[in-house]
Design a protein around this ligand. Structure first.
Ligand code: GLY
Length: 424
């Protein structure tokens, strides 16, 4: 069979890597892909949101199944366009993707279906938002309504941070129309965790747990990023807590959407905060988390094509998804300046030195070829992912590999997975 993956980050490299291990798959395309993906699949340098052209491509190349990595094409309606033409695609429809593409939709949805989440209020006026924050006190959370590549959430513990966040989103409009509305939300204390599940619209199968590191610097300091690293499993998620999350959050989300006439198929990601054993939703995403996917997919034993086909055919209840008992840790190597304006075009050294390391896979994100060299092309450049018999083993292996890689301005967090180790 032939598969197509849409996207070109570490998550998509991990998806392509799993597809290449599938017993059903003999060819994988990736649009646009990156230098690492190009080593195992055929990359097509198309960033098109012209879904008719993409449908033509899968028809012409006899592609059997498409998997969508990022939220942009999902919220643009790629799944609707493919399904209209009878093409198999794993992902949520445009309507369903509102859970991620509109934070206001998600909050109203959670309120309606009694899914636990922080108290909030929606604003279109800067002045009213500022007044409300003054009344509520600090710390407080400010969120842009629309998509902002993981950078639209501001946790403010000082008055100047509130003013800055509201100014950037509502006045300077750094996220464009995504900042037409803002949510001002109660700050919840607790431990953050990423909980993902596969669903065909009726059956929901949880994945193994994971946790990502959103802030750019060690000890969770500095601005938010798309994710600086991740590990799996997250010990905070016990079996009992997994059942609670399924009962209070995941099942009500899928059945709530169904009650609204929206069938949700693909991956549902709940970004949670756990406070005294109680989970609250910080956000929903309609896709694999990145970098969480890099650690989670490293532990997936079941053929990803079997899972994908079961999702599109709505027979997920027929399959049993198996995971390795090992742990996985992913450390993201980022470009100088990221998550702000970053440098690109830096030559990446040492990739050959890690190629043959057992239990290590380097997933590429922002990389490209320049003659015979691989250079940086994005903010997040590589996800150095290792497995081990436990979190400590995986962490040590991952940082051992990190030490062998270098590019000018490279930075990364040194404390990935410490939260899991500190719980032991
Ligand atoms: N790592 C967070 C996200 O993928 O949205």
């Amino acid at each position: 069979m032939k598969a197509l993956v849409i996207g070109g980050g570490g998550r998509e490299h991990a998806i392509v890597w799993k597809l290449m291990q599938s017993r059903h798959v003999d060819k994988v395309y990736c649009m646009p892909g990156n230098a690492g993906i190009a080593e195992i699949a055929e990359c097509i340098d198309v960033h098109s949101l012209d879904f008719n052209k993409l449908v033509d491509f899968v028809r012409y190349e006899w592609v059997d199944l498409t998997i969508v990595g990022p939220e942009g094409p999902l919220s643009g309606g790629i799944v609707d366009a493919f399904e209209r033409e009878g093409r198999r695609i794993v992902g949520s429809t445009k309507m369903a993707t509102q859970l991620e593409s509109s934070k206001v939709f998600a909050k109203e949805f959670m309120k309606r279906y009694r899914i636990p989440t922080a108290e909030y209020k929606v604003f279109t006026s800067y002045i009213h938002a500022e007044e409300y924050v003054r009344m509520k006190g600090l710390p407080i959370v400010i969120k842009a309504d629309g998509l902002a590549a993981g950078k639209g959430v501001f946790v403010a513990s000082r008055a100047e941070e509130v003013v800055d966040a509201l100014r950037l989103v509502m006045k300077e409009r750094i996220f464009g129309d995504a900042g037409n509305r803002v949510i001002v939300e109660q700050y919840l204390e607790g431990e953050e965790v990423s909980f993902m599940a596969f669903t065909d619209g009726s059956t929901i199968i949880p994945m193994v747990s994971s946790q990502d590191y959103k802030r750019v610097f060690d000890n969770d300091e500095g601005p938010n990023t798309g994710g600086m690293g991740a590990y799996s499993p997250a010990p905070v998620i016990t079996r009992e807590l997994e059942s609670i999350i399924m009962e209070r959050i995941m099942r009500p989300a899928i059945s709530g959407l169904k009650a609204m006439g929206i069938k949700y198929k693909g991956v549902l990601y709940a970004g949670l905060i756990i406070d005294n054993g109680n989970p609250y939703v910080l956000e929903f995403n309609c896709r694999f988390g990145d970098p969480e996917a890099q650690s989670i997919l490293s532990r997936l034993n079941t053929d990803i094509m079997d899972i994908s086909m079961a999702i599109t055919d709505e027979r997920l209840s027929d399959i049993n998804i198996e995971w390795s008992d090992e742990a996985a840790v992913c450390v993201v190597l980022a470009s100088e300046g990221y998550p702000g304006k970053y440098k690109r075009g830096k030559v990446i050294h040492g990739l050959n030195d890690v190629r043959d390391m057992d239990d290590v896979v380097v997933f590429h994100a922002g990389t490209a070829f320049n003659d015979n060299e691989i250079i940086t092309k994005g903010g997040r450049v590589l996800g150095v992912t290792a497995t081990g018999k436990d979190i400590n083993g995986a962490k040590e292996r991952s940082y051992e590999a990190v030490k062998r890689i270098h590019f000018e301005g490279m930075h990364y967090r040194k404390d990935i997975a410490n939260k899991a180790l500190n719980r032991q």
